[in-house]
Design a protein around this ligand. Sequence first.
Ligand code: DGY
Length: 324
Amino acid sequence: MKPTVYITRKIPEEALEIIQASCEVKMWDKEDTPVPRDILKKEIQDVEGIYCLLTENIDAELLSEANNLKIISNMAVGYNNIDVEAASEKGIMVTNTPGILTETTADLTFALLMAASRRLIESSDYLREGKWKTWSPMLLTGQDIYGATLGIIGLGRIGEAVARRANGFGMNVLYNGRSRKMRAEEELDISFADKETLLRESDFVCVLTPYRPETVNLINESELALMKSSAVLVNTSRGGIVNEDALYDALKNGEIWAAGLDVFKTEPASPDHPLLTLPNVVALPHIGSASKHTRLNMAKMAADHLLQGLNDEVPAHLVNEVRV
Ligand code: DGY
């Protein structure tokens, strides 16, 4: 008998076909919105596999409903939407999709860095709104990228990929994380700095650390106060790592110069979000990995993980220690 699985959103056809070839599939495909919790609560009861997105909050309460669940395959590298400890206690495997989205997310991180520092959105609006009357020496002037210092908070795969891009721009790169990475320091010509030094010395600060209890509000009022008034903050990781109220105040009061944000504490962010009222914020709707090629590969990788777990194999990217 084929195992039964539940897919929480319509996924690319190629990924769906991989799953359909060996599973009985049920899917939330009514609309492109997260599956209602009561439906997921019901569906999780009997299935052996769940294929989900970062929009699903797979917490202990939901997991307590699962009777036959073997694997949760998350189509994202971040898995803070899943209570991994609760899953492990029930012997449920959890997988994510690292690696394949690294370069795409690094591209977007750099795009935000450039857009915020050179005021691209503001300048484009200026032109479209008919405000461009003449070339002017100090019109829409921004901050230089070439030769500046970039501070990377969280030197994982994406952090390293951002550092490689920074090298091409002649930037000096500092990083901070849980541990020193000697190989990366050598290969990328980057230096470790404690968080305070990094914040004080960087012209650009990129937040690329995973969302964990200890990284909630990692960048708050006192961290922002250390930054240069000309500095640009970029966050493409998770919204809760940067305190949004503190960021708003710092941007509004000129304590830092600009921010590029792809992620928000609550998503989707409301169009009335205070940060969106500031001209020195470039904001995007969590599109870090959103290239056609990468999203398709993420979808297929998550499909492969699902089948590996259902076949009692150790999935390629298992994030918890569960005896298979
Ligand atoms: C992830 O994978 O965690 C990103 O936030 C979306 O690609």
